[in-house]
Design a protein around this ligand. Sequence first.
Ligand code: SF4
Length: 123
Amino acid sequence: MATETKILNCINCPLSCELTATVEDGVVTNVTGNFCPRGAQYAKEELTAPTRMLTSTIRIEGGRLPLLPVVSAKKLPKGRVVECAEALRSVSVKAPVHAGDVVAANILGLGVDIVASRDMETA
Ligand code: SF4
């Protein structure tokens, strides 16, 4: 049995608790240092299948501003976030757009939509 100790900081709130995780054969078996349960859940996910939300902007035609802020509807695999951001460079929409409108469905086939994070009226 291979046992490792990993140190990481929780990113779920400004306290940034320093977490100590015990990993046995690739499975997180214990987490300490977390002030709340979210820290333990974060350590388990981060050390097995890390994910991140993606926030970015895309071009919008005819809008009051030239760029539309967008966000992933769910967390994406951390290792694919940069690739998703690059894919958004070729995406543009036409105003008006409403917050929550899907601007890129099922990005990179990952089962996650990219949605507008604000309304954008026409110019
Ligand atoms: S463990 Fe809880 S209190 Fe600590 S940083 Fe994470 S969310 Fe905040």
